[in-house]
Design a protein around this ligand. Sequence first.
Ligand code: SF4
Ligand code: SF4
Length: 366
Amino acid sequence: MSVIAFTKRALRYWRRNRRYWSLAKLANAAVAQAAMHLRMTYNPAMPVVAKIEATNICNGTCRLCPVGRRQEGRRPLGMMNWDGYCRLIDRVARWAHTVDLTNWGESLLHPRIADMVAYAHRAGLYTYLSTNLHTLGPGQIDALMTCGLDELTLSLHGLSKATYAAYQPGFDFDDACRMIDALLDARRRLGRLEQLKITLNFVVTAINEHEVGQVESFARQRGLDWALSEASLNLRFLVGPQMAQDEPQAARQIVAGQADQWLPKDPTYVRPLYERARREPSVIHSGRKLVWCDWPWTKLVVNWDGALSACCGSFAPGDDVGHDTGQPLRQLWNSPGLRACRASFRRRQRPSHADVLCGRCPGVLL
Ligand code: SF4
Ligand code: SF4
Protein backbone atom coordinates (compact mmCIF):
# COMPACT_ATOMS: atom_id res chain seq x y z
CA MET A 1 0.00 0.00 0.00
CA SER A 2 1.39 3.43 -0.93
CA VAL A 3 1.98 6.10 1.72
CA ILE A 4 -0.86 8.20 0.27
CA ALA A 5 -3.31 5.30 0.35
CA PHE A 6 -2.23 4.44 3.88
CA THR A 7 -2.62 8.05 5.04
CA LYS A 8 -6.07 8.33 3.42
CA ARG A 9 -7.15 5.11 5.10
CA ALA A 10 -5.80 6.23 8.47
CA LEU A 11 -7.61 9.57 8.18
CA ARG A 12 -10.88 7.87 7.23
CA TYR A 13 -10.47 5.53 10.19
CA TRP A 14 -9.80 8.43 12.54
CA ARG A 15 -12.80 10.44 11.29
CA ARG A 16 -15.12 7.46 11.77
CA ASN A 17 -13.76 6.35 15.12
CA ARG A 18 -12.51 9.36 16.99
CA ARG A 19 -15.67 9.64 19.08
CA TYR A 20 -14.88 6.22 20.54
CA TRP A 21 -11.38 7.16 21.66
CA SER A 22 -10.55 9.11 24.81
CA LEU A 23 -7.17 9.87 26.35
CA ALA A 24 -7.77 7.11 28.90
CA LYS A 25 -8.55 4.59 26.14
CA LEU A 26 -5.53 5.60 24.07
CA ALA A 27 -3.23 5.36 27.09
CA ASN A 28 -4.76 1.99 27.98
CA ALA A 29 -4.16 0.65 24.44
CA ALA A 30 -0.54 1.83 24.60
CA VAL A 31 0.03 0.14 27.97
CA ALA A 32 -1.55 -3.08 26.62
CA GLN A 33 0.94 -3.07 23.72
CA ALA A 34 3.84 -2.51 26.11
CA ALA A 35 2.62 -5.31 28.40
CA MET A 36 2.40 -7.64 25.42
CA HIS A 37 5.90 -6.86 24.19
CA LEU A 38 7.25 -7.38 27.70
CA ARG A 39 5.19 -10.63 27.91
CA MET A 40 3.82 -9.54 31.27
CA THR A 41 1.63 -12.15 32.91
CA TYR A 42 -0.10 -9.55 35.11
CA ASN A 43 -1.65 -7.12 32.65
CA PRO A 44 -1.68 -3.56 34.00
CA ALA A 45 -3.85 -2.48 31.06
CA MET A 46 -7.53 -3.24 30.66
CA PRO A 47 -9.03 -4.92 27.56
CA VAL A 48 -9.03 -2.85 24.37
CA VAL A 49 -11.70 -5.05 22.80
CA ALA A 50 -14.49 -6.94 24.56
CA LYS A 51 -15.77 -9.93 22.62
CA ILE A 52 -19.02 -10.89 24.25
CA GLU A 53 -20.97 -13.87 23.00
CA ALA A 54 -24.63 -12.91 22.66
CA THR A 55 -25.50 -16.56 22.02
CA ASN A 56 -23.84 -19.77 20.88
CA ILE A 57 -27.01 -20.96 19.17
CA CYS A 58 -26.66 -21.09 15.41
CA ASN A 59 -28.81 -22.05 12.44
CA GLY A 60 -25.72 -22.47 10.25
CA THR A 61 -23.99 -25.56 8.91
CA CYS A 62 -20.72 -24.02 7.75
CA ARG A 63 -18.54 -26.96 6.90
CA LEU A 64 -15.29 -25.74 8.40
CA CYS A 65 -16.81 -24.42 11.62
CA PRO A 66 -17.07 -26.74 14.65
CA VAL A 67 -20.54 -25.31 15.34
CA GLY A 68 -21.70 -26.07 11.79
CA ARG A 69 -20.11 -29.52 11.98
CA ARG A 70 -21.92 -30.13 15.28
CA GLN A 71 -18.63 -30.84 17.00
CA GLU A 72 -19.00 -32.69 20.28
CA GLY A 73 -17.80 -31.23 23.56
CA ARG A 74 -19.16 -27.76 23.14
CA ARG A 75 -20.68 -25.53 25.78
CA PRO A 76 -24.42 -26.01 26.45
CA LEU A 77 -26.53 -23.73 24.28
CA GLY A 78 -27.79 -20.46 25.69
CA MET A 79 -28.09 -16.70 25.50
CA MET A 80 -26.28 -13.95 27.40
CA ASN A 81 -28.40 -12.67 30.25
CA TRP A 82 -29.28 -8.98 30.11
CA ASP A 83 -28.15 -7.95 33.61
CA GLY A 84 -24.84 -9.79 33.32
CA TYR A 85 -24.28 -8.13 29.95
CA CYS A 86 -24.94 -4.63 31.27
CA ARG A 87 -22.64 -5.19 34.26
CA LEU A 88 -19.88 -6.26 31.90
CA ILE A 89 -20.33 -3.29 29.56
CA ASP A 90 -20.36 -0.92 32.54
CA ARG A 91 -16.96 -2.25 33.63
CA VAL A 92 -15.21 -2.27 30.22
CA ALA A 93 -16.65 0.94 28.73
CA ARG A 94 -14.13 3.30 30.29
CA TRP A 95 -11.16 1.45 28.79
CA ALA A 96 -12.22 -0.54 25.75
CA HIS A 97 -12.72 0.85 22.26
CA THR A 98 -14.79 -1.94 20.70
CA VAL A 99 -17.42 -4.43 21.68
CA ASP A 100 -17.86 -7.39 19.35
CA LEU A 101 -21.02 -9.38 20.06
CA THR A 102 -20.18 -12.47 18.02
CA ASN A 103 -18.41 -15.68 18.92
CA TRP A 104 -19.66 -19.26 18.49
CA GLY A 105 -23.17 -18.61 17.22
CA GLU A 106 -25.47 -16.41 15.18
CA SER A 107 -25.78 -13.32 17.36
CA LEU A 108 -28.90 -12.05 15.63
CA LEU A 109 -30.82 -14.96 17.17
CA HIS A 110 -30.60 -13.16 20.52
CA PRO A 111 -34.01 -11.47 20.92
CA ARG A 112 -32.40 -8.37 22.50
CA ILE A 113 -29.44 -8.03 20.18
CA ALA A 114 -30.42 -4.50 19.07
CA ASP A 115 -30.81 -3.48 22.73
CA MET A 116 -27.40 -4.95 23.48
CA VAL A 117 -25.82 -2.89 20.70
CA ALA A 118 -27.69 0.23 21.82
CA TYR A 119 -26.51 -0.19 25.41
CA ALA A 120 -22.86 -0.53 24.33
CA HIS A 121 -23.23 2.38 21.90
CA ARG A 122 -24.57 4.64 24.65
CA ALA A 123 -21.61 3.59 26.81
CA GLY A 124 -19.27 4.98 24.12
CA LEU A 125 -18.15 1.71 22.51
CA TYR A 126 -17.65 0.96 18.83
CA THR A 127 -20.09 -1.87 18.13
CA TYR A 128 -19.53 -4.81 15.81
CA LEU A 129 -21.64 -7.78 14.67
CA SER A 130 -21.47 -10.40 11.97
CA THR A 131 -24.27 -12.50 10.52
CA ASN A 132 -24.85 -15.49 8.26
CA LEU A 133 -27.83 -13.57 6.76
CA HIS A 134 -30.49 -16.17 7.47
CA THR A 135 -32.13 -15.03 10.68
CA LEU A 136 -33.36 -11.49 10.24
CA GLY A 137 -37.02 -10.66 9.95
CA PRO A 138 -38.19 -7.34 8.39
CA GLY A 139 -38.89 -5.69 11.77
CA GLN A 140 -35.45 -6.60 13.05
CA ILE A 141 -33.66 -4.98 10.13
CA ASP A 142 -34.80 -1.46 11.00
CA ALA A 143 -33.99 -2.04 14.68
CA LEU A 144 -30.50 -3.13 13.71
CA MET A 145 -30.00 -0.07 11.53
CA THR A 146 -31.03 2.39 14.22
CA CYS A 147 -29.52 0.89 17.37
CA GLY A 148 -26.12 2.53 16.95
CA LEU A 149 -24.35 -0.37 15.26
CA ASP A 150 -21.05 0.73 13.69
CA GLU A 151 -20.00 -2.31 11.72
CA LEU A 152 -21.73 -5.37 10.32
CA THR A 153 -20.02 -8.22 8.50
CA LEU A 154 -22.04 -10.38 6.13
CA SER A 155 -20.74 -13.91 5.57
CA LEU A 156 -21.11 -14.91 1.94
CA HIS A 157 -18.68 -17.60 0.89
CA GLY A 158 -19.90 -18.22 -2.64
CA LEU A 159 -21.28 -16.18 -5.52
CA SER A 160 -23.47 -18.86 -7.07
CA LYS A 161 -26.06 -21.27 -5.73
CA ALA A 162 -23.65 -24.19 -6.05
CA THR A 163 -20.57 -22.68 -4.39
CA TYR A 164 -22.63 -21.04 -1.68
CA ALA A 165 -24.42 -24.26 -0.75
CA ALA A 166 -21.17 -26.24 -0.91
CA TYR A 167 -19.89 -24.36 2.14
CA GLN A 168 -23.19 -23.57 3.86
CA PRO A 169 -25.52 -26.47 3.01
CA GLY A 170 -29.17 -25.73 3.66
CA PHE A 171 -28.80 -22.01 2.95
CA ASP A 172 -29.90 -20.52 -0.34
CA PHE A 173 -27.80 -18.01 -2.24
CA ASP A 174 -30.80 -16.04 -3.53
CA ASP A 175 -32.18 -15.70 0.02
CA ALA A 176 -28.80 -14.38 1.15
CA CYS A 177 -28.74 -11.82 -1.70
CA ARG A 178 -32.28 -10.70 -0.86
CA MET A 179 -31.24 -10.17 2.74
CA ILE A 180 -28.15 -8.19 1.70
CA ASP A 181 -30.30 -5.94 -0.48
CA ALA A 182 -32.86 -5.48 2.32
CA LEU A 183 -30.10 -4.46 4.74
CA LEU A 184 -28.59 -2.02 2.26
CA ASP A 185 -32.00 -0.53 1.41
CA ALA A 186 -32.71 -0.01 5.10
CA ARG A 187 -29.30 1.61 5.62
CA ARG A 188 -30.04 4.10 2.83
CA ARG A 189 -33.65 4.68 3.84
CA LEU A 190 -32.76 5.33 7.47
CA GLY A 191 -29.82 7.62 6.64
CA ARG A 192 -27.15 5.37 8.17
CA LEU A 193 -24.86 5.22 5.13
CA GLU A 194 -22.02 7.12 6.81
CA GLN A 195 -22.40 5.63 10.28
CA LEU A 196 -22.78 1.91 9.55
CA LYS A 197 -20.04 0.10 7.70
CA ILE A 198 -21.30 -3.10 6.06
CA THR A 199 -18.65 -5.51 4.80
CA LEU A 200 -19.00 -8.64 2.76
CA ASN A 201 -16.72 -11.40 4.03
CA PHE A 202 -15.74 -13.97 1.42
CA VAL A 203 -13.66 -16.85 2.77
CA VAL A 204 -11.58 -18.12 -0.15
CA THR A 205 -11.60 -21.90 -0.52
CA ALA A 206 -10.79 -24.42 -3.25
CA ILE A 207 -14.52 -24.45 -4.04
CA ASN A 208 -15.04 -20.74 -4.66
CA GLU A 209 -11.54 -19.64 -5.69
CA HIS A 210 -12.65 -19.10 -9.31
CA GLU A 211 -15.14 -16.47 -8.07
CA VAL A 212 -12.60 -14.26 -6.30
CA GLY A 213 -12.41 -11.88 -9.29
CA GLN A 214 -16.18 -11.25 -9.09
CA VAL A 215 -16.29 -10.33 -5.41
CA GLU A 216 -15.27 -6.73 -5.96
CA SER A 217 -17.92 -6.05 -8.62
CA PHE A 218 -20.60 -7.86 -6.57
CA ALA A 219 -19.76 -5.64 -3.60
CA ARG A 220 -19.25 -2.40 -5.51
CA GLN A 221 -22.58 -2.71 -7.34
CA ARG A 222 -24.29 -2.75 -3.97
CA GLY A 223 -22.12 -0.16 -2.20
CA LEU A 224 -20.59 -2.72 0.13
CA ASP A 225 -17.07 -2.96 1.50
CA TRP A 226 -15.54 -6.39 1.00
CA ALA A 227 -12.83 -8.59 2.45
CA LEU A 228 -11.25 -11.78 1.16
CA SER A 229 -10.34 -14.04 4.07
CA GLU A 230 -8.24 -17.12 4.64
CA ALA A 231 -10.06 -20.31 5.54
CA SER A 232 -9.54 -21.74 8.98
CA LEU A 233 -9.47 -25.53 8.71
CA ASN A 234 -9.90 -26.12 12.45
CA LEU A 235 -7.60 -29.13 12.18
CA ARG A 236 -7.21 -29.34 15.95
CA PHE A 237 -10.64 -30.98 16.18
CA LEU A 238 -9.68 -33.66 13.65
CA VAL A 239 -6.14 -34.35 14.80
CA GLY A 240 -5.78 -34.50 18.58
CA PRO A 241 -2.46 -33.93 20.38
CA GLN A 242 -1.97 -37.65 20.97
CA MET A 243 -2.52 -38.55 17.34
CA ALA A 244 -0.29 -35.72 16.11
CA GLN A 245 2.49 -37.05 18.35
CA ASP A 246 2.07 -40.84 18.13
CA GLU A 247 0.54 -41.41 14.71
CA PRO A 248 2.12 -38.78 12.45
CA GLN A 249 1.37 -40.70 9.26
CA ALA A 250 -2.37 -40.93 9.99
CA ALA A 251 -2.36 -37.28 11.09
CA ARG A 252 -0.61 -36.22 7.87
CA GLN A 253 -3.29 -37.96 5.83
CA ILE A 254 -6.07 -36.13 7.63
CA VAL A 255 -4.32 -32.77 7.25
CA ALA A 256 -3.64 -33.41 3.55
CA GLY A 257 -7.26 -34.49 2.97
CA GLN A 258 -8.63 -31.31 4.54
CA ALA A 259 -6.07 -29.06 2.86
CA ASP A 260 -6.66 -30.58 -0.60
CA GLN A 261 -10.41 -30.34 -0.23
CA TRP A 262 -10.56 -26.80 1.10
CA LEU A 263 -7.45 -24.72 0.57
CA PRO A 264 -7.27 -22.63 -2.60
CA LYS A 265 -4.31 -22.90 -4.98
CA ASP A 266 -3.44 -19.22 -4.59
CA PRO A 267 -1.14 -19.04 -1.54
CA THR A 268 -2.25 -15.44 -0.90
CA TYR A 269 -5.31 -16.91 0.81
CA VAL A 270 -3.63 -19.74 2.70
CA ARG A 271 -2.16 -19.52 6.17
CA PRO A 272 1.50 -20.51 5.76
CA LEU A 273 1.37 -22.79 8.81
CA TYR A 274 -1.00 -25.17 7.01
CA GLU A 275 1.83 -26.12 4.61
CA ARG A 276 3.97 -26.88 7.62
CA ALA A 277 1.16 -28.87 9.28
CA ARG A 278 1.04 -31.14 6.22
CA ARG A 279 4.63 -32.22 6.86
CA GLU A 280 4.68 -31.84 10.61
CA PRO A 281 1.19 -32.29 12.18
CA SER A 282 2.60 -31.89 15.69
CA VAL A 283 2.77 -28.15 14.93
CA ILE A 284 -1.03 -27.99 15.42
CA HIS A 285 -0.66 -28.47 19.16
CA SER A 286 2.80 -27.03 19.59
CA GLY A 287 3.04 -24.53 22.44
CA ARG A 288 6.10 -22.91 20.84
CA LYS A 289 4.86 -19.65 19.37
CA LEU A 290 5.39 -19.55 15.63
CA VAL A 291 2.98 -16.65 15.14
CA TRP A 292 2.55 -13.69 17.42
CA CYS A 293 -0.85 -13.37 19.06
CA ASP A 294 -2.12 -10.38 21.05
CA TRP A 295 -5.40 -11.81 22.36
CA PRO A 296 -4.41 -12.39 26.01
CA TRP A 297 -3.25 -8.77 26.35
CA THR A 298 -5.84 -6.87 24.37
CA LYS A 299 -9.10 -8.82 23.97
CA LEU A 300 -11.42 -10.03 26.66
CA VAL A 301 -13.59 -12.97 25.52
CA VAL A 302 -16.69 -13.73 27.55
CA ASN A 303 -19.05 -16.54 26.55
CA TRP A 304 -22.82 -16.32 26.94
CA ASP A 305 -22.65 -18.08 30.33
CA GLY A 306 -20.01 -15.69 31.70
CA ALA A 307 -17.10 -18.08 31.15
CA LEU A 308 -13.84 -16.49 30.03
CA SER A 309 -11.90 -17.79 27.01
CA ALA A 310 -8.35 -17.07 25.89
CA CYS A 311 -9.55 -16.13 22.40
CA CYS A 312 -12.32 -16.69 19.85
CA GLY A 313 -10.95 -20.13 18.90
CA SER A 314 -11.41 -21.61 22.36
CA PHE A 315 -14.38 -23.96 22.04
CA ALA A 316 -14.70 -26.48 24.88
CA PRO A 317 -15.65 -25.39 28.43
CA GLY A 318 -12.59 -27.36 29.61
CA ASP A 319 -10.45 -24.59 28.12
CA ASP A 320 -12.15 -21.77 30.03
CA VAL A 321 -9.74 -19.47 31.87
CA GLY A 322 -12.07 -17.84 34.37
CA HIS A 323 -15.64 -16.81 35.02
CA ASP A 324 -17.33 -13.43 35.24
CA THR A 325 -19.08 -13.28 38.59
CA GLY A 326 -19.28 -9.48 38.65
CA GLN A 327 -15.81 -9.10 40.20
CA PRO A 328 -13.75 -5.97 39.44
CA LEU A 329 -12.54 -5.97 35.83
CA ARG A 330 -8.86 -5.95 36.81
CA GLN A 331 -9.38 -9.16 38.76
CA LEU A 332 -11.34 -10.84 35.95
CA TRP A 333 -8.79 -9.78 33.34
CA ASN A 334 -5.94 -11.16 35.44
CA SER A 335 -7.54 -14.48 36.33
CA PRO A 336 -5.02 -17.27 37.08
CA GLY A 337 -6.02 -18.94 33.78
CA LEU A 338 -5.37 -15.83 31.69
CA ARG A 339 -2.09 -15.20 33.49
CA ALA A 340 -1.03 -18.78 32.65
CA CYS A 341 -1.96 -18.10 29.01
CA ARG A 342 0.30 -15.02 28.96
CA ALA A 343 3.09 -16.95 30.67
CA SER A 344 3.01 -19.52 27.86
CA PHE A 345 4.48 -16.85 25.56
CA ARG A 346 7.69 -16.79 27.54
CA ARG A 347 10.62 -18.65 26.07
CA ARG A 348 11.10 -20.91 29.04
CA GLN A 349 7.72 -22.44 29.80
CA ARG A 350 6.79 -24.36 32.87
CA PRO A 351 5.10 -27.72 32.12
CA SER A 352 1.96 -26.48 33.93
CA HIS A 353 1.42 -23.96 31.12
CA ALA A 354 0.45 -26.83 28.84
CA ASP A 355 -2.70 -27.05 30.98
CA VAL A 356 -4.06 -23.95 29.29
CA LEU A 357 -5.01 -23.71 25.64
CA CYS A 358 -2.34 -21.09 24.86
CA GLY A 359 0.30 -23.47 26.19
CA ARG A 360 -0.67 -25.95 23.45
CA CYS A 361 -1.08 -23.43 20.64
CA PRO A 362 1.51 -22.12 18.16
CA GLY A 363 0.01 -18.61 18.32
CA VAL A 364 -2.88 -19.30 16.00
CA LEU A 365 -5.40 -22.09 16.46
CA LEU A 366 -5.00 -24.31 13.40
S1 SF4 B 1 -22.83 -19.14 10.99
FE1 SF4 B 1 -20.95 -18.82 12.16
S2 SF4 B 1 -21.16 -20.01 14.06
FE2 SF4 B 1 -22.78 -20.68 12.63
S3 SF4 B 1 -21.91 -22.49 11.63
FE3 SF4 B 1 -21.43 -20.73 10.33
S4 SF4 B 1 -19.40 -19.98 10.99
FE4 SF4 B 1 -20.21 -21.36 12.58
S1 SF4 C 1 -5.03 -20.14 22.16
FE1 SF4 C 1 -3.55 -19.51 20.59
S2 SF4 C 1 -4.63 -18.04 19.31
FE2 SF4 C 1 -5.77 -18.26 21.22
S3 SF4 C 1 -4.99 -16.66 22.56
FE3 SF4 C 1 -3.81 -18.46 22.99
S4 SF4 C 1 -2.01 -18.32 21.67
FE4 SF4 C 1 -3.54 -16.89 20.89
